[in-house]
Ligand binder design. Structure first.
Ligand SMILES: O=C(O)CCC(=O)C(=O)O
Ligand SMILES: [Fe+2]
Length: 205
């Protein structure tokens, strides 16, 4: 794990993002997936929206995933185990990159077949406190035909953008600067499952 954390902070420091295959063990991934599927079957998921507070709206033309927010005060043992891993990333990023990260928020996400999330930034007017995006994919298997890639638009020094497409393969962790890397979820052909979270520069309220 220490090697993974070291690579993440190094890559975020140098490039603004990091991708780590097999960040979690297969056993742990399967347990997290089973827990999420159980919550899904019990109708706990809601259509995701855009905007915060009064500006919150459900906009299926922009994003069509379903989400279930986790409550940091009542995490299940498995969720807690994942948060502890993210805590290691938070501490290391603060030491190395001085990002002043103070808390974490996260939701399970499920993209049904045909769903997507158009290009956006995770930090915007209402959520300036989101500094680093942390995503873990929980899918059992993923192939090119399943589509549903995460497309990142990496800003280049010459003002151009470089496109980087990432398959949401199970166990893979993606970390990036929320205010700097526009990204989208391309339409998926298969149910696509993940935990998406944000390290924030505010305390829990
Ligand atoms: O699941 C992904 O690959 C990205 C999700 C995303 O961009 C978001 O929830 O803000
Ligand atoms: Fe996003």
């Amino acid at each position: 794990m220490q090697d993974h954390i070291e690579k993440i902070v190094q890559d975020v420091y140098e490039n603004g993002y990091a991708v780590v295959e097999n960040f979690i063990s297969e056993d742990f991934r399967k347990e997290l997936l089973a827990e999420q599927q159980d919550l899904l079957e019990h109708g706990q998921f809601r259509h995701a929206g855009v905007g915060k507070g009064d500006a919150f709206t459900i906009r299926p033309e922009i994003r069509s995933d379903k989400v279930l927010w986790m409550d940091h005060l009542v995490l299940t043992p498995l969720q807690n185990q994942y948060w502890n891993l993210v805590e290691e990333i938070r501490v290391a990023l603060n030491q190395r990159c001085f990002l002043g990260l103070r808390s974490f928020e996260a939701h399970f996400a499920m993209y049904p077949p045909g769903s997507f999330y158009l290009r956006h930034l995770d930090q915007f007017q209402q959520v300036k406190y989101r500094v680093v995006t942390v995503i873990i994919y929980l899918n059992d298997s993923w192939t090119e035909e399943d589509e549903g890639k995460l497309r990142m638009y990496l800003p280049q020094e010459d003002g151009e953008e470089k496109i980087l497409d990432i398959m949401p393969s199970g166990g893979k962790l993606v970390v990036f600067l929320s205010a700097e890397i526009p990204h989208e979820v391309l339409p998926t052909n298969k149910q696509r499952i993940s935990i998406t979270g944000w390290l924030r520069d505010i305390e829990y309220s």
